[in-house]
Design a protein around this ligand. Structure first.
Ligand SMILES: [Zn+2]
Length: 455
């Protein structure tokens, strides 16, 4: 009896160890049986040594560290996907709904009426959609607007006979005023060593836009409320490197342009770099094939970058130095309160944009939003791909909240793809954080014209 029990135990232990040797772990998909609204479903995970995995009969590439990723196109309705390894096979069921057609919203002409903006920092857009790079200004609370049309959830804002904008309907309210007549009272420019301040004064709050796409930054204030509407423009020749800030007090606009001086080492005490380790705390960010959390790797890179920059005398401010949840607006505010001149947000990427092939997108990309940040983005992309030896995934623009402010030069670095098996070999390597940080630091030094400052 005892022998029998021992044999059973032995068989059980053997079976258990075999199944754990040949068992893959999936990071994605998170659920086995679910409704999805996208064209593709991703299988991302880690295999055991020598494990062979097929997904719907396609043999899956497994990187030497076990990482794998695969995408399957879904048809409308039920999809059954068979994931098979040597000792394990499972059916995953996904139901794909018919895509919902975007309602084509008709433009409705409205009787012109006066509205006011509810909150500071309300985007005024060039098109009636809440997506992408279409912001033409961030309006202040109580700005008076003349609204004369509606499309979907957006109101059309009449600025002048040559210019309109769009604003989310829920960010404004209709006033009881039938008429207002704000008056222009004064305008002046003061130049100082590191920039200039331009003032435009009115008796009430009027809308403005900023154009920053040529050799000049153009700041325009519109008064559509008076007979023979008025537009005041200030054209400022762009400094080589610059940032800017708009303030509104009463009806007085102040538009401040700051030159970003080329620093030599003695100027470093005036240079604050804000280092933003992406995600943290309750927000993991992306999860890699091997189960790693993006937030942890971001923090390692950020800590290395802090050390490199501090060692050469540059001030740094960190979003977090531990695993903490920090809201996006707090990150921006902290950078602004600390007078940061450069903002670097550190991330790792996940699912590729080109969903056809999960292996296609890999490597490093750098994002910027405002034209003043493009040069830093280019320098950092060049240097990080050099130190990490990653594929250059390109310079990109996107409307990320942390890089939208204009009062610092802001970039967001996506160092590698966590869901790419080949990239996972790179981000799992021992000196990944140090090399990434070195690349970012070199890019910053190149941008400020001080490549030899680290020596
Ligand atoms: Zn991220």
């Amino acid at each position: 009896m005892k022998i029998m029990r021992n044999i059973f135990t032995l068989i059980f232990v053997m079976l258990f160890s075999i199944s754990s040797v040949f068992a893959y772990d999936l990071v994605l998909p998170r659920e086995k049986d679910t409704i999805v609204n996208s064209d593709y479903i991703f299988f991302v995970g880690k295999a055991k040594k020598y494990e062979i995995i097929t997904i719907n009969d396609a043999r899956i590439y497994i990187a030497p560290n076990g990482a794998f990723a695969h995408s399957v196109k879904l048809k409308i309705g039920e999809n059954r996907i068979l994931v098979k390894s040597d000792y394990n096979s499972k059916i995953y069921k996904f139901y794909r709904n018919r895509p919902i057609k975007n309602k084509d919203c008709e433009l409705v002409e409205l009787k012109p009426a006066i509205y006011k903006v509810l909150n500071d920092n309300t985007p005024l857009r060039s098109t009636p959609i809440d997506f992408g790079m279409n912001r033409i200004a961030h309006l202040f609370k109580d700005t008076n607007l003349l609204i004369n049309g509606k499309k979907g959830d957006f109101y059309r804002v009449y600025l002048s006979k040559n210019k309109i904008g769009w604003i989310s309907a829920e960010s404004v309210y209709k006033t009881i005023n039938k008429e207002i007549s704000p008056q222009f009272t004064d305008m002046n420019t003061v130049n100082f060593k590191n920039g200039s301040v331009h003032t435009l004064k009115y008796t009430d709050k009027l809308p403005y836009v900023i154009e920053d796409d040529s050799n000049e930054i153009i700041f325009r204030v519109f008064n559509p409320f008076i007979k023979d509407e008025q537009v005041h423009s200030i054209n400022i020749k762009k400094p080589d490197k610059y940032s800017y800030k708009t303030e509104l007090n009463g009806g007085e606009y102040k538009f401040k342009v700051s030159k970003f001086d080329i620093y030599d080492k003695s100027d470093f005490e005036n240079l604050t770099v804000y280092i933003d380790a992406g995600h943290g705390g309750a927000e993991n960010g992306a999860i890699g094939c091997l189960g790693d959390k993006e937030k942890d790797i971001n923090l390692k890179i950020a800590m290395c970058l802090k050390k490199i920059l501090s060692d050469i005398g540059i001030n740094t401010v960190m979003t977090r130095e531990c695993d903490a949840t920090v809201p996006l607006e707090d990150r921006v505010k902290s950078a602004q309160d600390n007078n940061a001149k450069i903002f670097v947000s550190i991330h790792l990427n996940s699912i590729p944009d080109i969903k056809m092939n999960i292996h296609k997108n890999r490597g490093t990309s750098v994002y910027y939003y405002n034209p003043n940040s493009k040069e830093l983005a280019e320098d950092v992309l060049k240097e990080v791909t050099k130190t990490l030896n990653t594929r250059n995934d390109g310079l990109k623009t996107a409307s990320f909240a942390v890089i939208r402010p204009t009062d610092y030069i802001g970039i967001l670095v996506e160092t590698a793809y966590m869901t790419n098996p080949l990239d996972s070999m790179i981000y799992k390597s021992k000196d990944f954080a140090q090399k990434t940080a070195t690349g970012i630091a070199n890019g910053i030094l190149e941008f400020i014209g001080c490549e030899k400052c680290s020596k």
